[in-house]
Design a protein around this ligand. Structure first.
Ligand SMILES: [Zn+2]
Length: 388
């Protein structure tokens, strides 16, 4: 399997609603869901004539194409779902040269008392006040955040630019508007960029997923909404991540690792029987779906810190049916504590970071961009050490 980081640019207003109501779609998700993006890439490969309908259906039901959620790029900075060990003080700590208020924001997971507690399997004590003793602090988790460029602000919250629209349907017969056809929706404004990870198993498919590939995302694509393009796609060196993990002294058998999850977490045996996060992950399975014939062990997750959320698995475009919804699973941005036994730990951790641990439901729906666990020290921003 080859791994890529891609930049997606939205070219027309895009509707990815939080919910549907009788007159339209309301709310706009703060990211592009992995299932939406994966479906959009597959549809594009079909409409461009690269692959047949049977071929894309087969890929859709397999682990050959794995896609993560796509998160906003704000002022050239990649945003990430915030984790629970980040706070922002609500009282301004001063003003800058331009008279803008400065709000202290801090990532405190790397502080000794927090990190050591987490590694020892003990619940850490949360901050309830800022550096000036204000108790009016808030935790953004799991809202998206990015690196900030002021010393007082370790992170900045980002938000997708959204416009609300109302359109009125015109009756064919009376040439007048019909109240019943009033349609309201929120849409992401064009021009915004997102980043995501993509894993592709077969080389003959890799060549089609290239920069310049146009894809259609979300609702209303027949009416011109959701036009997007893969603006840039770069292969990620697995070896580089493995080297980083080896030199960091994190990838040690049996030692507790602090994981950051870029995606929601979910364990499923069957639809009726699922859990808010997986307790055991068989890493040999991960090697197999990535086409690697290497030995691997088991990741045991002992504890998870974060909010719960519901996960809608999207719409089945072939059967025109709604896919399952999972309730109260661990949100993206969660922190998990776990340890690994077995061989090839750095390689296993690299795969888990880039494509997570996909799951199959009813032996046919593949949910990718899930269980994407990364040792948090690998990402200096999320670890809170980017100023060192
Ligand atoms: Zn304060």
């Amino acid at each position: 399997m080859k791994f890529y980081e891609a930049k997606i640019k939205i070219l027309s207003p895009t509707i990815i609603p939080e919910r549907r109501f009788e007159r339209g779609y309301k709310g706009q998700l703060s990211y592009i869901p992995s299932t939406t993006l994966r479906g959009a890439i597959l549809s594009s490969l079909y409409t461009k004539g690269y692959l047949s309908l049977d071929q894309i259906k087969a890929i859709g039901e397999s682990y050959e194409l794995l896609v993560s959620n796509a998160y906003l790029i704000d002022n050239e900075f990649k945003s990430y779902p915030s984790h629970p060990f980040m706070y922002k003080c609500k009282i301004p700590h001063g003003t800058d040269d331009k008279g803008n208020k400065i709000f202290e924001s801090k990532i405190f997971i790397s502080e000794d008392e927090v990190a050591n507690s987490l590694k020892s399997g003990i619940d850490p004590i949360f901050k309830f006040e800022c550096s000036k003793g204000h108790v009016a602090i808030e935790y953004p988790h799991p809202k998206p955040v990015r690196k900030a460029n002021r010393s007082e602000e370790e992170f900045k919250e980002v938000s997708i630019k959204v416009q609300s629209m109302i359109s009125v349907g015109i009756s064919k017969h009376r040439a007048s508007s019909q109240a019943g056809m009033l349609y309201e929706y929120d849409a992401m404004i064009e021009g915004q960029e997102f980043w995501c990870y993509i894993g592709v198993l077969r080389d003959e498919i890799c060549k089609y997923i290239k920069s310049g590939l146009e894809i259609r995302i979300g609702r209303g694509i027949s009416r011109g909404f959701g036009r997007s393009v893969i603006e840039k796609i770069e292969e990620i060196s697995l070896d580089k991540i493995i080297e980083e993990l080896k030199s960091s002294n994190i990838a040690v058998e049996g030692k507790n690792i602090i994981f950051y999850s870029l995606s929601p977490l979910l364990k499923i045996d069957d639809y009726e029987n699922y859990k808010s996060y997986p307790d055991i992950l068989d890493l040999k399975f991960l090697m197999n779906i990535c086409g690697l014939n290497e030995e691997a062990g088991i990741l045991e997750i002992k504890r998870v810190y974060g909010k719960e959320r519901n996960l809608h698995c999207g719409w089945d475009i072939y059967e025109n049916t709604k896919r399952p919804i999972f309730y109260d699973i661990a949100s993206e941005g969660s922190i998990a504590i776990g340890s690994i036994s077995g061989k090839n730990i750095p390689l296993s951790l690299a795969l888990l970071s880039l494509i997570g641990y996909p799951i199959k439901i009813f032996n046919k729906y593949v949910v990718t961009g899930i269980n994407m666990l990364t040792p948090i020290q690998i990402n200096s921003f999320l670890w809170g050490k980017n100023n060192e």
